[in-house]
Design a protein around this ligand. Structure first.
Ligand SMILES: [Fe+2]
Ligand SMILES: [Fe+2]
Length: 164
């Protein structure tokens, strides 16, 4: 049986992963409106991944006989600025998520909840990958700038990301 405090923390993280999906879907629509179909595609795939992160935590919670307590998912912004700003905001968001995951990991350790610790290990690794991927996109976008041909080349590259 999972502790009430760990259950509450996992339920909060599930909501946050769902909010991430919501945020990336809004960013995807924003890029689509700017005619950047490739960036829109990348963000939509990202949204699906975030939903998968929530599902994985839900399965873990249920396997531990925990109670799933879903709460309202916050509304994301509708305005994000140019593509560079979109990905700067993505990077900032992922850094915030990393801090949350690290906090959960610490809590699992403090409670000697080994099963949660092992499950959360996957998320720690995933966040390293997320920050590296998004960081690289931000670097590339800053290098080519918001104008000119370079950004369209990046857009076509981003269009190739397929769902796992
Ligand atoms: Fe996530
Ligand atoms: Fe993420």
């Amino acid at each position: 049986m999972i502790s009430p405090t760990m259950q509450a923390a996992l339920n909060a993280q599930i909501n946050l992963e769902q909010y991430s999906a919501q945020l990336y879907l809004a960013m995807s629509a924003h890029c689509d409106a700017l005619s950047f179909k490739g960036f829109a595609n990348w963000l939509r795939v990202q949204a699906v991944e975030e939903t998968a992160h929530a599902m994985k935590l839900i399965d873990f919670l249920l396997d531990r006989n925990g109670r799933l307590e879903l709460s309202a998912i916050g509304a994301p912004p509708t305005e994000f600025g140019g593509v560079i700003q979109v990905f700067e905001q993505t990077l900032a968001h992922e850094k915030g998520i990393t801090a949350k995951i690290n906090g959960l990991f610490e809590q699992a350790r403090a409670e000697q909840d080994y099963a949660s610790e092992i499950t959360l290990q996957w998320y720690v690794t995933e966040q390293v990958e997320e920050e590296a991927n998004v960081g690289q996109i931000v670097d590339h976008l800053r290098a080519v700038g918001d104008q000119g041909g370079g950004i369209w080349y990046l857009d076509s590259k981003m269009g190739k990301r397929a769902a796992k």
